[in-house]
Design a protein around this ligand. Structure first.
Ligand code: 5AD
Ligand code: SF4
Length: 469
């Protein structure tokens, strides 16, 4: 009999990719994916620990399963991902009806853990070693992932895929839990990455986004020498069928001239760079241990502008970090004004157990002040984003069409006109009236109007004719 699995994924792109792997693995073990927890024999929650809010949401979703488990004790519930690695037994204590706790480096163990439960061994936990629980190489191995397993049906679209090139992080920014949950930084071997990319191309994938916490710090050493991100991009660029290559997230200090010129010289590489600044104040950056000053970030930014003048740059900012004064905050506002990012993700600082900031710095910015700074920074970012997009009004952009937008009704037929959405090479979101069959195509779209997050356009007549609209 077929068994059914429901999976809920929150958090970053790494988690989206991990869920894809988990489902590929479970399908090989006879599972079928269903859309609701009610219809599932196995309920999986792939979780995020980056901020407290994400964790509390998961605990509250788990709380709602207590009754479900009472009524259907045979259903199995698994907590996967960063929270599993961080909280471990705490999860069993807070939600005793959970059957499995599985860290992001142990997801390959899932089918075996299910078998163990079925043979009466009780609840199961599989987590990787802590950063100090063994020699570096042993700890690193315990965080390795099982990436070659892919399942196109789990992707938002089958023609766009993530490909992990780096696991973990060694930067230890004082606020961040990732070096603990995902372990030491390790570059995956180029041989593995290239063979995975070829499989993706064979599956019909047109766009690959390379993933790493500090993806541009990627390095892999073997007898044949050392490969960096630029070298990897050169090799990936050769693969037929792949038309766009993106990579996230970048670390400002490692944004080298070599990488930027590689992006410039390889047409498949998107001129889109996500390079989180986190703060515009040197004092705050120092307490965050980000390893650069505002001046150094600006030097990097100017390097991008001179080598890739058309590039879109985006950032992350944390507001209300320990000791952030009004003047410090104002410097983050100034930085957005100066850099005119395409977009910025703005977060209110959230204390994370096990980090240096939690141990040594006081979380002294009141909640209301954090919320206020968040709103203010977002307003500035939205204004500069809109001004940036205005420059594209009246131009034609090339769009990889992803599918109907949220606005388009589900029931519409294949042939009717619906609002479609896609992205430019620079990662700008574009919506236009079109047709579901356009998904996967690269189309030229004329930009008629803009908002801070979206370009609103119309397909150039020549393509309308060619697709028979
Ligand atoms: N509190 C708030 N935001 C955080 N981030 C990472 N850790 C924290 C934290 N403790 C943000 C950073 C990072 C993004 C993924 O999440 O801006 O770039
Ligand atoms: Fe966290 Fe800093 Fe590593 Fe990014 S670079 S994952 S913010 S420790």
């Amino acid at each position: 009999m077929t068994k059914t699995v429901y999976i809920k994924t929150v958090g970053c792109q790494m988690n989206v990719l991990d869920s894809e792997m988990v489902i590929a693995d479970l399908k090989r073990n006879g599972y079928e994916v269903v859309d609701t927890p009610d219809a599932a024999d196995l309920l999986l929650y792939n979780t995020c620990s980056i901020r407290e809010q994400a964790e509390e949401k998961t605990y509250s979703a788990l709380g709602k399963l207590r009754d479900t488990k009472d009524r259907n004790p045979e259903k199995k519930i698994g907590v996967l991902g960063c929270m599993a690695q961080k909280d471990q037994e705490v999860i069993f204590r807070r939600a005793p009806f959970v059957d499995m706790v599985v860290g992001p480096g142990q997801l390959h163990a899932l089918p075996q853990l299910i078998t163990n439960i079925d043979s009466g061994e009780g609840r199961q936990m599989a987590v990787s070693l802590g950063r100090t629980e063994g020699k570096q190489a042993v700890v690193a191995r315990s965080h390795e992932t099982f990436d070659p397993l892919r399942d196109p049906s789990m992707r938002p679209t089958p023609f766009q895929a993530y490909l992990r090139i780096q696991i973990g992080c060694d930067k230890f920014c004082t606020y961040c839990v990732v070096p603990n949950t995902r372990g030491p930084e390790q570059g995956r071997s180029p041989v593995e990455i290239l063979s995975e990319a070829r499989v993706l191309a064979e599956q019909g994938c047109r766009e690959i986004t390379l993933l790493g916490q500090t993806v541009n710090s990627y390095r892999h050493r073997s007898e044949d020498g050392e490969t960096d991100l630029a070298g990897l991009l050169e090799q990936l660029h050769e693969i037929d069928g792949i038309e766009r290559l993106k990579f996230v997230t970048n670390y400002p200090k490692d944004m080298t001239e070599r990488l930027l010129t590689t992006v410039r010289d390889l047409p498949k590489c998107s001129p889109y760079l996500h390079v989180p600044a986190q703060s515009g104040s040197d004092a705050v950056l120092k307490r965050m241990k980000r390893g650069y000053t505002v001046g150094q970030y600006m030097d990097m930014f100017e390097r991008i502008e001179s080598i890739l003048p058309e590039a879109a740059v985006s950032s992350d900012f944390i507001v209300g970090f320990c000791g952030e004064t009004d003047e410090d905050f104002q410097k983050s506002v100034d930085m957005i004004e100066r850099c005119r990012f395409k977009n910025s993700f703005i977060f209110q600082y959230s204390v994370r157990g096990g980090t240096k900031a939690a141990e040594r710095l006081e979380d002294d910015v009141p909640r209301e002040v954090k919320a206020q700074r968040n709103n203010e920074l977002l307003a500035v970012q939205n204004r500069v984003a809109k001004e940036g997009n205005e420059k594209l009004r009246g131009t034609t952009v090339q769009v990889l069409v992803e599918g109907p937008s949220k606005k388009a009704g589900k029931a519409d037929e294949d042939s009717s006109i619906v609002q479609m959405t896609g992205r430019t090479h620079c990662d700008r979101i574009v919506v236009f009236d079109g047709n579901r069959r356009q998904a996967r195509q690269l189309l030229d779209v004329h930009v008629d109007d803009v908002t801070s997050h979206t370009l609103i356009g119309r397909v150039r007549t020549v393509e309308l004719v060619s697709i028979g609209l």
